[in-house]
Write a protein of this length. Structure first.
Ligand code: FES
Length: 165
């Protein structure tokens, strides 16, 4: 369980210059900015919620919604673009029934685009969590997705088994 107070004790009350630092700490703990934490931030700094939201939505680094268990990043850099990364993205959007920037309803996958993953020699590239898939084709997309779904099921089974034993 996360102790949210430990974030706020680091920062002086009513010092508005701490806003970005607090938001960064919250996101590091929760992986996104939960509304309850934004309310606590507003109280701590004596700021209006509209100001907090204004800052949280201005910077790309902040997320207002939780991420899925698996983060899929599709490279849209130049090297990947010329090797049809747009179609890879389209295939993923179809497979997951979400658009880039969204998370599936079951919270299993978040789909993101990135400028360059840094693996241009194996373009087009996607990565799922820490795993890279280079020279990826549209045909492989369903297989990649089901691999992660299967891994998730196995983890769930293992956790259930551990709880019951
Ligand atoms: S452009 Fe895709 S990895 Fe660099």
């Amino acid at each position: 369980m996360i102790n949210s107070d430990k974030i706020f004790t680091k920062y002086t009350k009513n010092d508005r210059s701490n806003l970005i630092g607090i938001l960064q700490d919250i996101q590091e703990e929760y992986n996104y900015l939960p509304e309850t934490m934004l309310k606590k931030t507003a109280e701590h700094l004596g700021l209006a919620m509209s100001t907090i939201y204004g800052v949280a939505t201005f910077y790309n680094q902040f997320r207002l919604k939780p991420l899925g268990k698996n983060i899929i990043r599709v490279c849209r850099g130049t090297a990947c673009h010329v090797k049809n990364s747009a179609n890879i993205l389209y295939a993923l959007e179809n497979e997951l029934k979400i658009s880039a920037g969204e998370t599936t309803r079951d919270k299993m996958f978040t789909l993101e685009t990135v400028a360059c993953i840094g693996a241009c020699s194996i373009a087009p590239v996607i990565n799922v969590n820490d795993e890279y898939f280079g020279g990826v084709s549209i045909k492989e997309i369903p297989k990649i997705i089901s691999k992660f779904k299967k891994e998730e099921k196995e983890t769930d089974k293992k956790e259930l088994h551990e709880k019951l034993s």
